[in-house]
Structure formats: structure tokens, C-alpha cells
Design a protein around this ligand. Structure first.
Ligand code: GDP
Ligand code: MG
Length: 235
């Protein structure tokens, strides 16, 4: 059986992480990447590990979701012998019940499977404020425009499955940004490496508990810098 590791980056997710681990069950290994959350998320995970032996916790300094994912992926491949990696948010925006649908497409031969809100059958919450809808939709449109990768409709949400083989071909170590910019840059780099990419529709839910950590004021300039400057050098 293919070894799969589900990576969950956490920062102040103490109310979400226990139920999410429970919902994911014991079929696959679960790697929580916590950045010493001041709310004690790490302690909640340590208690959970006593009951669920498929859970691993690594801790580091807070540098952003991108850096946490990078650390997690390296750990999953080098220390846990992951062949397939899934990454998802801790807050139940990504439905744990969708994980098998992503993994099924890896089995079908795709290298990278993206949970997508912006293809037929996918959706964002109906109650999102107009500015949030525009930011999300516009962000994806901008990435498509400036990268020319029109066949992908979703670059910005953190719900994906991919093979370790693909990741080992990719040059992500030199990514200069630590934040959400990692997410679109990952797809651009995968594409550059010739990845076979598939999108599967997901219904994105509002976070269950706690607050969003996205720093829009940093993310927007970082994304623009990446799209206008860094990407040009890499592709
Ligand atoms: N380890 C770690 N996790 C983070 C960091 N920033 C965000 N996260 C986690 O990444 C996921 C997505 O973040 P979230 O705040 O829900 O962003 P949003 O969905 O864009 O509003 C959640 O599980 C967060 O706890 C960080 O700096 N370090
Ligand atoms: Mg979220």
C-alpha cells in the first residue's frame, strides 16, 4: 500500500485540530506542523497522539503557512517515507471526507490533484462578503493571467494531494517567500516540472472555530512580487 501522509499546518487551532484528526481517522499518517501556537494547539496534539498512534507533531518558529508546509513536506518524505502527500487546513474549510477523492486521482496517475472551488461542482460559501469573493476569485484570475496556466482554476487554497516523486523534482527550497504565496508558486513549479495535474471540485466551508491568520496586507504585495518578478526568472 502507498504510504500517505496528511499534513496539517496549524497556528492557534486548538478547538479544530482534535476533531479534525478524529474525523480523518487512522487510515493514513497525519503530520501536524505547529509553530508553537500560543493557544496550546501543540499540547492538544500531544494528548491526541496518546490515543491515535498515526499522528506526528513537529514544531517550529512561526514564519507563515508556506514555510510550515515546506518543513512538513520535507519531514513527511525524509522521516516518514511518504510516497503521497495530502495537505489541508485545520479549520474544516476542507472537508476530511474529500480526502479519498483527491487520493483516487493520484491512483489514476496524476502527480498533483488540486481541490478546486472554481470548477463545476465546486463552491465558496454563499455568505462571503463581496470583497472576500473578489479577492479570492480575482487572485486566481491574476495568477492564471500572469502565469498563462489557464487549465488550472484554483491556485490559492491549501487542499491538494501530490506524489513525493513530483516534489523531489521540484525546486521549492529556494522559494523566497514564507506565506500563502507558496501555494500558487507550488503549482507553477509543478507545472514547470511537467506534472500531470487534475482538479477535483470541493465545497469550501467557513472555518469552524477561531480566526483566520491570513495577512492580506503582506500576501497581496508578496504575490504580486512573485508573479511579476520571481516567476519570470524561474520559468
Ligand atoms: N504552522 C503554521 N500554520 C499556519 C500559519 N499560518 C496559517 N496556518 C495554518 O494554515 C491553515 C490556513 O490558515 P487560515 O488562517 O485558515 O487561512 P485562510 O483559510 O486563508 O483564512 C490553518 O490550518 C492555519 O492554522 C503559520 O504561520 N504556521
Ligand atoms: Mg481557513
Amino acid at each position: 500500500m502507498v504510504k500517505t501522509v496528511i499534513i496539517i499546518p496549524t497556528y492557534n487551532e486548538k478547538e479544530n485540530i482534535g476533531p479534525l484528526i478524529g474525523a480523518l481517522g487512522e487510515e493514513h499518517s497525519i503530520l501536524v506542523v505547529d509553530d508553537h501556537s500560543p493557544d496550546g494547539t501543540g499540547d492538544v496534539v500531544k494528548r491526541t497522539i496518546k490515543q491515535q498512534s498515526n499522528v506526528v507533531l513537529i514544531e517550529g518558529e512561526k514564519e507563515g503557512i508556506g514555510r510550515a508546509l515546506q518543513r512538513g513536506i520535507n519531514h513527511a518524505i525524509k522521516e516518514m517515507n511518504a510516497e503521497t502527500i495530502v495537505q489541508m487546513d485545520a479549520d474544516f474549510s476542507h472537508d476530511p471526507k474529500d480526502v479519498p477523492r483527491l487520493l483516487a486521482e493520484i491512483k489514476n496517475g496524476y502527480d498533483l490533484v488540486i481541490g478546486s472551488r472554481y470548477i463545476k461542482g465546486g463552491a465558496i460559501p454563499a455568505d462571503w462578503a463581496p470583497h472576500r469573493k473578489i479577492l479570492s476569485w480575482g487572485g486566481n484570475l491574476l495568477v492564471r493571467l500572469l502565469t498563462g496556466i489557464w487549465e488550472v482554476h484554483e491556485f490559492t487554497t491549501n487542499f491538494r494531494a501530490f506524489t513525493a516523486k513530483l516534489y523531489q523534482k521540484m525546486d521549492t527550497e529556494n522559494f523566497s517567500f514564507a506565506d500563502n504565496t507558496f501555494l500558487p508558486a507550488f503549482i507553477v513549479e509543478a507545472k514547470r516540472c511537467g506534472a500531470k495535474i487534475k482538479e477535483v471540485p470541493i465545497i469550501f466551508a467557513n472555518r469552524r472555530k477561531g480566526r483566520s491568520k491570513i495577512e492580506v496586507c503582506n500576501y497581496v504585495p508578496n504575490l504580486l512580487k512573485y508573479l511579476l518578478l520571481d516567476k519570470m526568472v524561474k520559468t
